[in-house]
Design a binder for this molecule. Structure first.
Ligand code: SF4
Ligand code: SF4
Length: 80
């Protein structure tokens, strides 16, 4: 019985989509606030012009989103 419960929980967790942060380049003012806020060091400021997020490092914590003074960072669902 317990075994069934565990395997069902595992399956449902695998189906939950994960979220990653994304920056619309054309709206970014390259202030660097998201860069400073990211605990994963997933953000780079490219050529001093816009922020780029490495999705392979992003854990979807949302700290960059809260730090962005322009409120342009979006959380997008990606396959788990
Ligand atoms: S959501 Fe978290 S881990 Fe992902 S880029 Fe933003 S601060 Fe970094
Ligand atoms: S905090 Fe916002 S405006 Fe500043 S660099 Fe990051 S995404 Fe661009």
């Amino acid at each position: 019985m317990q075994k069934d419960k565990i395997s069902k929980e595992k399956i449902s967790k695998e189906k939950i989509p994960k979220e990653k942060a994304r920056v619309p380049r054309d709206q970014c003012v390259a202030c660097g606030c998201c860069f400073s806020a990211c605990p994963q060091k997933a953000i780079a400021i490219i050529k001093g012009v816009y922020a780029a997020i490495d999705e392979s490092l992003c854990v979807g914590c949302g700290l960059c989103l809260r730090a962005c003074p322009a409120s342009i960072i979006e959380m997008v669902e990606v396959p788990a």
